[in-house]
Ligand binder design. Sequence first.
Ligand code: MRU
Length: 386
Amino acid sequence: MAETLTSIQLSDDKIQIVNQLVLPHTTEWLVIDTIEQAHDAIRSMKIRGAPAIGSLAALAFSQHLARALRSSPPPDFLSSPEALKAHVSQKLDFLFTARPTAVNLGAATRRLARTLQTSSDAGKDARKIAEDLVEDGKQIAAEDVGRNKAMAKWGGDWLVELVKGNGASGDGLNVLTVCNTGSLATSGYGTALGLITHLHETGKLGRAYFTQTAPYHQGSRLTALELKTLQIPSTMIVDTMVGSLFQHHSIHAVAVGADRIARNGDTANKIGTYNAAVLAARHNIPFIVVAPITTVDLDVADGSGIPIEHRPPLEACIVRGALYPPSLDQQGNKAQAAIMIPPEGLDGIYNPSFDVTPAELITAIVTEKGVAVKGSDGRFDLSNVV
Ligand code: MRU
């Protein structure tokens, strides 16, 4: 069995995250001791990927309450359900503000708010309500791996059948992905990268292709590392090469994750996803979105209602990585640097972190419940997959 990577390690209530700003050259574990540290890690993208940030928020919240329950004397907010409610709401509201586009963060904080309500409606005292919340927080993170494996299988098997239906063997499938949607972006296995892993494990994958995914380079830093660790045959392309790849290679599908899927199927995902979808449509290549049910936001009718995060302009100007030729820093790690590319003082830098791919360009939306395709009216009905 090939080794796998992980974004979060939990033992008792000690949370550690791998610092994704210095991967793949250095593996640095950071301890998350407070809700504020979790918020900062999400905001600064030391941890990223929609499911992973939902998991970290839930675990940090759970840790905060578990420690409060053990402390002596107990904090004032455990003195009554009302005091606990006020405290919890303030903490959840704060966590929710860390990043705006990935709905999983909101799904986690909303679920915890519901647990708070249900437990207090049941007449439990503050300590019992807090215990329920501690368990629910851990549960949110733990559920992620199983559902990823389910959606990966649904989507992978569906793709094999689709290709066979077109008269091909269904073996040797070449799949392009964007960004990083594997173990580092989730609690394990991954969504779109999970689909690719499933094809590999079932002997159906030819090759995984992935874009570098500028400017944060989730592809060249993180997906590259995951595919290498899993020993999956893969090829990296620069973001501008998608069209050329489709012209000159046989690509059977594009599989991407999602940060938020609107009711009509419009999907927000990493910047560059829309470009890949337009080119896939032009080349008749199926375009598959793979994401958990918590990524589907039925309150948003279409993509125009999805908030798009714009990252600081500086992040679009610098590239992080190890010095080349390699040299060691004082701790014996590969020396790393952030390199400024454009001249300083540019007055216009456009840096949206996500784009929206219209449902029209999407062939299938896969969740842990199954695969949704468009009906004869050309629209998605997501009710069977949420
Ligand atoms: O800005 P990021 O790195 O958090 O963006 C991540 C993505 O867009 C992923 O494709 C998405 O969250 C799905 S992760 C399983």
